[in-house]
Design a protein around this ligand. Sequence first.
Ligand code: ADP
Length: 605
Amino acid sequence: MRLRWKLTAGFGTLVVLTTASIGALLAQGFEQEALRSVRQSLASEAHLFRAGVSVPLDHQHAAELQARVMEAGASLRSRLTLIALDGTVLGDSREDPSRMDNHAARPEFVEALAGRVGNSTRYSRTVGTRMMYAALPVLQAGKRVGAVRVALPLSEIDARRAEIRRMVTLVAGLGLLITLLPGFFLARRFTEPLGRITEGARTIAEGQIGPELSVDTGDELGELASAFNAMREQLAQRLQTITDDRNQTLAILASMNEGVIAVDSQERIVHINRVAGAVLGVHPRLAVGMSLPKLEPAPEVLSAVRRTLERPKTRVRELLRDREGKPQTYELRTTPIRNDAGKILGALVVLHDLTELRRLEGMRRDFVANVSHELKTPLTAIHLMIENLQADPDMPVEQRARFHDKIRAQSERLTTLVADLLALSRIEAHEGTLTRVALDLREPVEASVRSQRTTADEHEVELICDLPSDPVLLEGDAESLRQITDNLISNAATHTPAGGRITVRLHCPNEHEVWLEVQDTGMGIERQYRERIFERFFRVDKARSRARGGTGLGLSIVKHLALAHEGDVSVESTVGHGSTFRVRFPRAGAPPLSRKASAPLPAAG
Ligand code: ADP
């Protein structure tokens, strides 16, 4: 039953009970009072009646006594009775005494004979109604001879009492009716805010915060509502904090370069980030909640997770996967997830991409092998020639001179190689911290052209220098800029047949950059080599390069010096017609054109 109806019923019951008990008390008071007055008037009538009894109270005078009683009782409402000592009725104003029972046992008579005013109320069978009796002892000649008794029917009092009861019932009924309607509204005043609070609590239980409650009753219900609002506010804040924390964690996981998969103890995926999804070829949102075996990831992942769950400890192994068609190497690390009590809740899989690391390792290996090879070749040649010279002391002078020339050439080659290697490692070490000052680029370029003119002449190629008349300002290191130009001119000279032409040009295509171009009319570079020539030790024609003392490091040095100046280098070439190498630099105050390397670059490139 709803509280509203319970309260209304309660009010009703209260009203009925109150009215009924007040009515009952009133009725009882009235009856007491009425009985007391009847009792008093009976007592005084009994006294009067007794005073009037002058005839001896015995059986001989029965007829006379009856006549007197009838006479005295004629004008009275009360019934008069004379009773002899033995209880025989000698006279009665309403009945025939001879037909009446012996009254010896009547309580009022017994009391009167004991010398008191006898009093009793009971139902009279003789008269057929409730009666009140009062009896007094009669003394004649100093002896107790019987008793007079006066009786009144109480039917009137009974009637009044019944009427009072009816009144009380009526009042209670009316009260009930009058209470029910305001009671109902009063109950609603309590239950309506309660209903709203209940609704609010239910909304929260369903996982929503819902609006704030407004209950301004100013009583305990109002207090309950404001306590509820405070709780709601607290919950909302905590929920927000939890949501923020969760979003932050998800954002961190999502932005990680590593793939992350969290699996519960039932091998169900609890979380998988974007990278892991890409590695395993699944959409993270669809994968969450799925069982790992059902997802059919790489068998290595599943077996690593299973082993970690069975025997909890961190395990590391390698995983080879094709990603977007390219083979990739990952470090697959599985760690058990434990709660505070140390219980295993699942396993965490972290996939770390080792592909780049492996590639760089490979390059470093190649580099060491290349350097060793490059050093070994001239060393072996020198060694052989010295042995020859020692083995043949009678060697003709011209031959001996040829050997000496070759030994010098090889040792020069070694010197160049070591110098280039040192230059490269210096550039690497200082790439991020190269000291650059404001300078006019025309100066180092002109100096380089001047120094390279001899080389050009040796190769019988024309060297043209085409520089603007205005200064070309940039922030750079003069020595490095000169080395760039040197390397490019020397390359052009060695790859251009006699009669060809080399043009060194400075050109500003816009206000941000300046181009240093070295153009030749040489053999050109085939398309497939145009990227690779900037790698260390890469040479299109190894024998030719060695023969003219090349180390295969020149363009690599150019590239790193360009990067150190926040610029870059590229080549355009037509086989058989010539090549143009272009180094782009940012002009003074302009933004970088390329990433300024701050860490040593990989051994390659
Ligand atoms: P090298 O010491 O062999 O010149 P570089 O790093 O300077 O080493 O050049 C790498 C390779 O690029 C050369 O071996 C050559 O094959 C090619 N190359 C460089 N410059 C030119 C050019 N101007 N014309 C044609 N080929 C060139």
